[in-house]
Ligand binder design. Sequence first.
Ligand code: SF4
Length: 458
Amino acid sequence: MSTKNKIELGIGIKKPVRSISGVTPLTVVLAPRKCNHGTCIYCPGGESVPQSYTDKSPAIMRAMKLKYEPYEQVKVRLNVLKLMKHPTDKIEIIILGGTFLQYPRKYKYNFIKKIFDALNGKSSKDLQEAKKINETAEHRCVAMCIENRPDNCTDKDIKEMLEFGATRVEIGVQMPDDKIYKKTNRGHTIQDVVEATERLKNAGFKLGYHIMPGLPGSDKEKDLRLFKKIFQDEKFRPDQLKIYPCQIIKDSPLAKTYKLIGYTPYNEKETKEILIKMMKIIPDYCRVMRMMREFPKEKLIEGTEKLDLRKDIEEEFRNKGLKIREIRMREIGFNKKNLNFDVKIKIIEYPASNGKEYFLEFTNKEDILFGLLRLRIFNKTAIIRELHIYGQALNLGEEGAESQHIGLGKRLMKKAEEIVKKNKCKEIKVISGVGVRKYYKKLGYKLDDEGVYMVKDL
Ligand code: SF4
């Protein structure tokens, strides 16, 4: 690989961790609202603070000051990111603070429209126009993540998320066990998780599970057994995880009852042990986005205080030379020493949720990951759920930025199209962040009639 290509991938560029995987995340917080089913026993917030957060979390305090106005939140964050010298041309919008899909339609619509307006730096007449403007705006929304519940993923919900421009959905799965769900007042069943998983994947979303070991009603053995099931059983198989061991947080129902029910969360040693065991199980196609919830110390009644356990765990793996398959451990951004740039495409095929998944990766001999693509084929439908080239986020206009995409990205797309043809599908669809549509246009794709997917006839 040439020096130019090295620069394109971010080698030799000072790396702010925030944008290490290619895009800059920007969080927008919802106004407080209680979830329809009640409150899961470990969950704080809901009344005057966004559900699942505390009034001492920095993101919430910032949003509170701005009265949870989405336009202001985006504007202020963009300015801060610029000051911190983070690239702001490729933004991933992350919506958090409760179950977004349960808010009134008018609130949801305006919330999303204002996010786009703020990115565009001007007001638009409706959401459709705002998205259109964003295709060529200075701050493009290249991805959007919505946090959701498994029982809020009906066809109607999915249609709405697509209309809003979402590309990634995270659902709370915790541990797939109906008895635990009952005990923790989750208000849904395993069947809801299974159905949501299939619908979301069929719609092309990148799918993340929130996982919670150490819940009341579980134990280490059970946690591990259920965690294995998530990957062994083709009805689950998520693309990403956030692993948040259960803690007792002030203002949560559990804080009032844990003594009565004789519950104790895992301590630091137990937490570390279970996380290590979990990491060893995670397959090549799954990325752990986060480990440990960052609750402020004064809100933590009992549970592990150490928030950077992941660092220790990963260091231990690296020192012992253990091969962990999980994506983030293998990403180029976290493996910049002695890099070999001779990369090849590797394809992993696996069944999932009544379909076939193809996971294409660009890796070198040492298994360092440079880019990936997720292709799903079901009922003669082919959909690309993710295309990601790793490395430092570069500004769209910056020299080399275009080839950062077109080089490895284009080769992955070509390979995916070959697979789709072999599977005798007539067209290929891509779920695309509004700000990436232009890129797919260059590869011969066009926006479908509903204005949702980029499509190409094969
Ligand atoms: S669904 Fe999520 S946000 Fe709602 S109460 Fe449960 S954990 Fe909290």
